[in-house]
Structure formats: C-alpha cells, structure tokens
Write a protein that binds this ligand. Structure first.
Ligand SMILES: CC(C)(COP(=O)(O)OP(=O)(O)OC[C@H]1O[C@@H](n2cnc3c(N)ncnc32)[C@H](O)[C@@H]1OP(=O)(O)O)[C@@H](O)C(=O)NCCC(=O)NCCS
Length: 134
C-alpha cells in the first residue's frame, strides 16, 4: 500500500469532519456528534490551536478498502511526535465491543488499563459542566 503521513492542514478539516461522523456511525453514537468543519478549522488552525492532527494520504490510483499498514503508521507517528514533545504515554479510548480495534491496539503493545488498573473513562458535560463551581 502506497501512502504518506503528513501534518493536517486547514484544508483537511472537511475530510476530518466527515471521518468523525463515519467513526461515530461505526461506534453507534452519531447522535452525539456536535463538532463541525468550521469548529475544526477554528480550533485547530488559529493562533493558539487546541489540537494538532496528522493524516494519511493515499494516491487515488492506490485506494482500496483494506488500507493495510495505515493504522500502524498513524499510531507510530503519534508516538514519535509525543515522545519528541516529552510525553511518556499515549492514552486513548476504545469501545468494549470493538474487538477488531482492541486486538489491533494489543498487537501494537498497548495495555487495557480498565482491566489491569480499574481506570474508567469519565465525562462531565451539559448541565453538570455548566454548573461546575468557578
Ligand atoms: C483499528 C484500525 C485503526 C487498524 O488500522 P489498520 O490500518 O487496519 O491496521 P494495520 O493494517 O496498520 O495493521 C498493522 C498491524 O496490526 C495488526 N492488526 C491489525 N488489525 C488487527 C487485529 N484486529 N488483530 C490483531 N492484529 C491486528 C496487523 O496484523 C499488522 O501487524 P504486522 O505489522 O505485524 O503485520 C482500523 O481497522 C480501523 O480504522 N477500524 C475501524 C475504526 C475504528 O474502530 N477505529 C478505532 C476506534 S478506537
């Protein structure tokens, strides 16, 4: 598979927004997606960006559905960038029924800290967030 990994730029936001929706449909949480292309453009590509992104680019003539090696290459690039920035962990979430992805992460040396340490992923939003003491 011929592909390259590069830093995301503002022109990628349309595709990133589409992929967020596609992932949410796969994860059966499409009704919870609020972020828009415009939010991504503002939050990632203004003076003090809230996030940085990388994208994998596949030449048109090499596009297939199987995408062999892209997940590994993206994870490896995130690891390199994190290490270079002084980080020593990658933390991310995966749904308990998403066995294909769990097995992929295990194959890359990741550990399920919910199982091994009892950590749960917590969230505060909506009214609870609005009413958080200042
Ligand atoms: C999970 C996902 C990101 C993996 O990416 P991918 O491009 O399919 O994986 P790669 O082709 O880069 O696989 C690289 C290595 O992982 C291994 N691997 C991939 N999927 C695997 C699986 N389900 N079980 C075990 N090993 C797996 C491959 O065998 C390969 O190993 P090798 O380098 O020793 O040959 C991809 O399948 C995906 O997008 N899934 C749907 C969306 C999703 O669930 N995303 C994650 C949300 S948390």
């Amino acid at each position: 598979m011929d592909f390259s990994i590069r830093a995301a730029n503002v022109e990628d936001c349309k595709d990133i927004a589409r992929m967020i929706v596609e992932l949410s449909e796969y994860e059966k949480v499409a009704d919870q997606v609020k972020v828009t292309q415009r939010d991504l453009e503002q939050d990632g590509f203004s003076k003090n960006p809230f996030f940085h992104g990388i994208v994998a680019e596949v030449p048109e003539q090499h596009k297939t559905k199987d995408g062999k090696g892209i997940g590994k290459a993206l994870m490896s690039k995130v690891a390199q960038l994190g290490l270079a920035a002084g980080c020593n962990q990658l933390n991310f979430t995966v749904l308990d029924w998403n066995k294909q992805s769990l097995d992929f992460y295990f194959s890359q040396g990741s550990v399920d800290v919910t199982a091994s340490m009892g950590y749960h992923c917590m969230r505060c939003e909506g009214e609870a967030l609005d009413s958080a003491p200042s």
